[in-house]
Every structure is written in C-alpha cells, then in structure tokens.
Design a protein around this ligand. Structure first.
Ligand code: NAI
Length: 402
C-alpha cells in the first residue's frame, strides 16, 4: 500500500490525508486546482487523485493517465469528471453526496425563524440606523405547518429538527417514505402547498422537478406563507416567485440556489428577487460548513481505503458495485475489470481451473460496459493466475490485494 501515491488537490480537508496515511498510503496535498497539462504530468507519479469541483478530468487527461486507479471528488457533484470515459478505463469515481445533509437542514431551520421574524430586513435597517420595533407580522414557528417536498436525506433531517421546534410537519415525496416522528405524508404537491405555512424544497434536479414551482403552484400556497429553496435553482421559476412576493401573496422566501449562479466569488450576482421585502438570498452555501468539509474528507478517504485495500467499490458513481468482506485468512484477492461481453467470466474461471487454484469466494457485478470481478484464491496460485487474467483480451485492469 505504501507504493500507492495519492495526490489531493484544491485544499481538501487535511483529515483525508491523515486518515489515508494511517492506512499506510503516501499522500501529497496541493492547495490549488492544477491545469490539465500539470495534472497529466503529475499523474505519472500518482495512482490516486482527489479533486473538488474546479479540476476538470476530461477524456484526454484520463486516457493519458495509465496509472490512475481511482478518483475521489471531495464534494457532492461529479460533472467535472468524464464519468463514461473513467468507467470504460476501469477507474471508479467516488464522491460524498450526504456529508453535508445536516448543514443544509440547519440552514433551513434558521431561515424559518429568520423569515417569521423578518430578521433580514430588520437587521439591514438597524445597520442603516433604523429602528423597526414592532410585533406586526412577526410570528413564532411553534405550531406552524412545515411542508417538505422531497423526504430524502435532507428533507427527513429538516423534519426531525422542525418537530423539535414545535412545528407540525407534512411531506410529499414520489416514493413512499417512512415518516419520522409525527410527520404526516400527503398525497399530492397541491395538498402540501395548500396546507403549509412554510414550504421547503428538497428534491433532486430531474425533468420532473424542473420548474416544479411556477405561478400556478405559488398561487396554491397559503396567503402569507413562506417558500424556502436550498435544493436546485431550476426547481423554482424565479420570475414567478418575484411576482408572488410583489403581490404580497407570499410573506417572504429564502433562496440558496438559483437558475444561473456566478461561477466564482468574483462574478456579479443578479436576481429578480434582489431588493424585495423579507427575501433572504444566500450564495449556495446550504452545505458549506467546516463540519461538512471534514465529513467529506473522511467519507471519500474511507471509500479510497475500502477500494484500494479490499476492492469494495461502494460509493463510486460510475462503477459496478461490489461490497466485500475482508477475505478469509490465507487467501489473496484478485480484482479484475473487464469489458462486459458474453463469456468473460467463463474464460476467467477456465484459467482458475487450469491453474488448479482453489477459489474461496467470487463476486461479480456489471454495468452496461464493464464487469468487475473479485476472486479470493489461495496464496500460492494467486499471483500467476492474476497475471494470466490480466492478459485476457477483454481485461481492462487487474490487480492483487492482500
Ligand atoms: P435525496 O436523494 O436524499 O432526496 C431527494 C428526495 O426527493 C427523494 O426522497 C426523492 O424520492 C424525492 N423526489 C424526487 N423527485 C421528486 C418529485 N418530483 N416530487 C417529490 N419528491 C421527489 O437528496 P438530498 O441529499 O436530500 O438532497 C436534496 C437536494 O438538495 C438535491 O437537489 C441536492 O442537490 C440539494 N443540495 C443542496 C445543497 C446546498 O448547498 N444548497 C447541498 C446538498 C444538497
């Protein structure tokens, strides 16, 4: 394992380096996002690469990086990587989709209170020398109904926290979900919109959720209610929302994600919601906390460790999934990625049988293009057998662990 060198770029949380070094890997940290040319040259000396969202790994880079065994996106998204090419080269790409769940949920709870008390506007006014001491339009969240659209990782966490604040929680999801606490599922989005004092959106970006909240849906919301969106910018038609706020149909909103977002902190941000009353606008920071960065560092490091040490590919977004136990004593493990074509497994098994190897366990998982085969065989035959398997015309990568 000490022969495997790992490069972590883009200021990945140091906990990842620490955890990987504990397992015997050699790790270098870089604070910046390298250019493609620099990375192609660096990857001659590294076998595993960690990036965040800025480093692009396209086809030319991947196909020139023969030694690359695995990629970790220490973030949520993976569209900076050409996943199809990585798949066909047998390179799993890991990410950490749920490490910032709690951070988003906490922001939503804070926003419910902030909207109910018009904190944003009163704070701005106080900074400008104003003094708006009045109870008018200010409410407790206790006893109010929170409607959660999308009861997945984030939605269900919001549910638990909101109940602790004394809210009634209802939710709508396209999949049947086990309600937590006293939360109650409803049958349709319109039912949820009509019953909620707060609506919070926690759906993924899909063709169904694109423009899910338009003029019609906003008009179904209660007069004086609030909308919170920390999911994806395309879920809400922002011009329709601005209109509902100008008409005072909604009493405010908190929006963290936008249909078009600046690519960097240097770019100007523009939105039809700017300047409207009781509107909280945040720059896509729902999941941006130090705790989440730490959790992401640890989660991807653990995925690397499981893949490199025992071959488990769970957590990879572009690779057949194999969850593995540590092999029984005395065995070595052969990991083989091959083109998914009929007859490959029988070729592998014919080689095993010819070599006289005693197979202790075998696992196979496939996707459209590749198959991932893991085989535990007795120590004596393992190395020669792995070499033979590696020579098969449809083998892409073969390695031995233990
Ligand atoms: P998840 O996959 O755990 O949950 C999504 C839920 O939405 C699932 O239960 C799914 O069945 C449901 N759903 C899908 N389509 C639906 C529809 N048409 N109507 C109702 N329900 C539907 O996802 P997770 O982790 O809870 O994330 C939710 C959203 O939050 C994602 O869009 C993600 O990109 C976003 N997010 C935003 C962050 C930020 O910084 N603001 C940080 C992390 C995630």
């Amino acid at each position: 394992m000490e022969k495997i060198k790992i490069l972590l770029t883009e200021n990945i949380h140091p906990v990842a380096k620490q955890r990987l070094e504990e397992e015997g890997f050699s790790v270098d940290l870089q604070s910046h996002s390298p250019t493609t040319a620099d990375l192609i040259s660096a990857l001659k000396s590294y076998q595993v690469l960690g990036i965040r969202s800025k480093t692009e790994l396209r086809k030319d880079l991947l196909s020139q990086s023969q030694h690359l065994m695995a990629v970790g996106c220490f973030c949520i998204g993976t569209n900076q990587v050409d996943l199809t090419t990585a798949n066909s080269l047998g390179i799993p790409v890991f990410n950490a989709p749920y490490s910032n769940t709690r951070s988003v949920a906490e922001l939503v709870i804070a926003e419910m209170v902030a909207l109910s008390r018009q904190l944003g506007d009163r704070n701005t006014l106080a900074h400008q020398g104003g003094w708006l001491k009045s109870a008018e339009g200010a409410h407790e969240v206790r006893g109010k109904t929170l409607g959660i659209v999308g009861y997945g990782h984030i939605g269900s966490q919001v549910s638990v926290l909101a109940e602790a604040m004394g809210c009634r929680v209802i939710f709508y999801d396209i999949i049947k979900k086990l309600p937590l606490g006293n939360a109650v599922p409803v049958n349709s989005l319109s039912e949820l919109l009509a019953k909620s004092d707060f609506v919070t959106l926690h759906v993924p970006e899909t063709t169904e959720t694109q423009n899910m909240i338009r003029r019609k849906e906003l008009s179904q919301m209660k007069k004086g209610s609030f909308l919170i969106n920390a999911s994806r910018g395309t879920v809400v038609v922002i011009e329709d929302l601005a209109e509902a706020l100008r008409q005072k149909h909604l009493a405010g909103c908190a929006i963290d994600v936008f249909p078009v977002e600046p690519a960097s902190n240097k770019e100007k941000f523009q939105s039809p919601l700017q300047g409207l009353a009781n509107v909280i606008l945040t720059p896509h920071i729902g999941g941006s906390t130090e705790e989440a960065q730490y959790a992401i560092g640890l989660e991807v490091a653990e995925s690397f460790i499981r893949y490199l040490k025992i071959g488990s590919s769970s957590g990879a977004v572009n690779f057949p999934r194999v969850d593995l136990p540590v092999s029984r004593g005395g065995a070595r493990r052969i990991l083989n990625v091959h083109r998914n074509e009929p007859g490959v497994l029988s070729e592998i098994n014919a080689l095993a049988s010819k070599s006289g190897a005693n197979i202790q366990a075998q696992y196979l998982s496939t996707d459209e293009k590749i198959g991932y085969m893991v085989m535990d065989v007795e120590r004596a035959e393992a190395s020669a057998l792995a070499a033979e398997i590696g020579k098969l015309s449809r083998s892409i990568r073969t390695r031995l662990v233990f």
